[in-house]
Write a protein that binds this ligand. Structure first.
Ligand SMILES: [Zn+2]
Length: 244
């Protein structure tokens, strides 16, 4: 049995407390289905890995709980093997994922740039949707504050960009604006977006406004669309705004 980790860990230093945190190395844009690694693509564009955002841009320091943009942190090395020891000194722990409150506080203070605001609003949308991802979830649809964030996110999107159009279509579907969603999906799309757009379109057709699973990579299947794609490649990067 290999001692190699399924995904390399990248060690970074917190700019506030100077201790260390690690996260998985970013997936290559085109890589999908490493066996035993269970990625899930959702209609809201979130790709989750072990119930977390697969490649987070914004994390919490596990030591001081400071909110940190990953691309702005110094890289201090990589961990490839299960038994490899960290010898860089200081405390080392896995990052923590921000919650609704962290994203909301950041947006209230001002995220710092349009790109950062885009990501924070996207991650806030995903965080609120997390309560609805289980097929058995009874969580209600978006309330006033959530709809305000979704509308603000939609306004940041550029309909000339095919990826943004699909994300906007999903926002409109979840907001119950089905005609608007249908119109956005009717425009030509890049082939990498077709699986996601098809899944959203199938839900629009039946008037379903809940977030849903599009496909999984590796591991047993979870909730799937009845006629949806199986094990489809993700629209990699869709919904993500890259930092730096
Ligand atoms: Zn810290």
């Amino acid at each position: 049995m290999s001692n190699m980790l399924p995904r390399t860990l990248v060690v970074r230093r917190c700019s506030a407390c100077r201790d260390f945190l690690y996260h998985y190395r970013r997936r290559e844009e085109s890589v999908w289905v490493p066996l035993f690694n269970r990625y899930i693509l959702w209609t809201d564009g979130k790709i989750s890995y072990c119930d977390r955002i697969a490649d987070p841009e914004l994390v919490l320091c596990p030591h001081c709980r400071g909110l940190l943009w990953v691309s702005e942190l110094e890289c201090h090395g990589k961990i490839h093997g299960l038994w490899q020891r960290w010898e860089g000194g200081g405390k080392l722990a896995c990052y923590r994922e921000p919650g609704v409150r962290d994203y909301t506080d950041l947006l209230e203070q001002g995220a710092g740039s349009k790109v950062k605001e885009h990501y924070a609003r996207l991650a806030l949308w995903w965080a609120r949707n997390d309560a609805r991802r289980r097929p058995s979830s009874k969580a209600p649809g978006p309330g006033f504050r959530e709809r305000t964030n979704m509308t603000a996110l939609a306004e940041l999107l550029d309909e000339a960009d095919a990826c943004h159009r699909v994300v906007k279509a999903e926002l409109m579907r979840e907001l119950g604006l089905l005609e608007g969603a249908r119109a956005l999906l009717a425009t030509p799309l890049d082939p990498t977006l077709l699986e996601l757009a098809h899944a959203i379109g199938a839900l629009v057709a039946v008037g379903d406004t809940r977030v849903a699973e599009v496909g999984t990579g590796g591991g047993p299947p979870g909730k799937r669309l009845a006629d949806g794609p199986q094990g489809a490649p993700p629209a990699a990067g869709c919904g993500f705004t890259r930092q730096g």
